[in-house]
Design a protein around this ligand. Sequence first.
Ligand code: ADP
Ligand code: MG
Length: 631
Amino acid sequence: MTTATAPESRAFEADVAKLLRLLVHSVYSDRDVFLRELISNAADACEKLRYEAIADPSLLGDDPQPRITVRIDAEAGRLTIEDNGFGMDHDDLVASLGTIANSGTKAFMERIEAAKGEGPEAASAQLIGQFGVGFYSAFMVADLVDVVSRRAGTDQAWLWSSDGQGGYTVAPAEGDDAPLRGTRVILHLIEDAKTYLDRLTLERIIKTRSGHVPVPIAIVEKPGAEAAEVGSGAALWTRSRSEITAQEYTDFYHSFAGQFDEPALTIHARAEGRHEYTMLLFVPGMKPFDLFDPDRKGRIKLYVKRVFVTDDAEIAPRYLRFVRGLVDSADLPLNVSREMIQGSPILTAIKKGVSSRILSELEKLAKSDVAAYDKIWSTFGAVIKEGLYEDFERRPQLLDLARFTTTTSGDGWRTLKDYVGSLKPNQTAIYYIAGDDAARLAASPHLEGFRARGIEVLLLSDQVDSFWVSAGLDYEGKPFKSVTQGAAELDLIPLPEAAPPQDAETSERIAGFVAFVKETLGEAISDARASERLTSSAVCLVAPDSGMDRQLEKILAGAGRIGAGAKPVLEINPRHDLVVALAAGGTDDKEAREDAVRLLFDEAKILDGEPIADAQAFAERLGRVIRRGLG
Ligand code: ADP
Ligand code: MG
């Protein structure tokens, strides 16, 4: 290009050198973003032209289709980002590129805001970015940046040029290099940024960072080559739901999330009102391998006006971390730092809206397609249940979404509504048994008394279960109560075939035996008592009335979060023939009775999945008892 007059030199309107260094070295930790920023600016300029052309169609001339072209000139070490958007004149260049942190876009946004009353087009103009540092990210990869621009509706093109060291020049630009309309940003790449001259690298960055910019993007591989389109300028989620086929959604899910399965649920919705955003979310059909990896992040990407901003915004709560997809906000600024976005009240509102939407869509599915919902629950229920203690506000909703295996469920799932619908007379609690082994739970002696009375018990075998059940929740006024905790109020609920009460003599003997058990086991237990809980086993261990659920206690102790748990209560079945016989045995053979009591205690521990601390003593005791039995 040639310049008619000597270029004027100006200094940046701030201590730009310092700011640039800060920008290049800290604000943007990831160099690839320069391309996103320049493409965003180009797209902004196209949007701005579209908006201005509403009032003055002549601005479009004979080139009405917006486009962005990325040109590679490997020989010259130059990368050019070009658009046929609104462009800049002399004063625009000085005002927009000469003033750091003063954004022309921002001023434009204010104009749009003011114009909102005048027509719907004004409000819908999509502009990216309100922070005036975006352009300067070019200096992360270039030591000289030329901007040649011609503002729509003007004849004169201008060349702005800077090495990013604190000053710039502006001069009229002539000749073939000056665009007819729009802007050409020419980056003279520094040596270690020459990787950005590789077409495939650029394609990858454009696809991941700007693939959904509303303007078509093409790459010209070398001077004179044909332009090859990289992005079509159409973002799936901006189209209306009725125009999108199931296959298109699935294809998008596959390419966007890198998945291969069929999504189990697709949520595509637009929020309007105070905040405008679109969400396109997928519940995967398969469990990802790292679902329980504590470092696993949420997978919902945040876009601002179709420009990818971050996948680190934690848009959904942790208990929905399996959901994939994106949220595209029309209100957020395309911010320079994640931290600033994180603190934004707009993002807070989006998070809330997205979480509610996911849950309400799950609710809908649970009603409309039970099999599909049950499949989602089987895959992700253990994660969703984390919400029961993490998300106080949505707890009632989550309790309704929860599905359970119970002592009466067979192969199907039961809801809490089902459960409370089949309460026994006088039953005031929702009973559960928690543990890590579903088969052992179902066989636990703790369940005997409940089974005998036909009381349903939730079988909770996910790690997370012990946590939420101990959070003091209730469902429809019914508290959750562990069958291992305290004396279950079984006495109040009649047995279908009540056993005849034991005669006074037997009762007295049993009481004597219980006292003997207490004396024998001493410090090892906190109490011993006769119990209605058992029907076929002789003994079982339960938590003291005020104690923590024994399963939770074990998990916490295992994680080193608490010391050794509270001592258990040993419950004794007064109708069990062993117990009756031992109680009748008198005090004659004290050693034999002590051995028997200790073995019963060991048995209770084994049934509870607890190791026997002193295996040697156990073996000796067992040996003595067998020998006695042999006569
Ligand atoms: P932001 O995009 O957040 O406003 P930038 O630093 O990226 O900040 O850009 C500063 C300003 O420069 C923009 O607001 C715009 O007015 C102007 N600008 C940058 N690139 C272009 C372009 N390709 N076409 C027209 N104007 C541009
Ligand atoms: Mg910008």
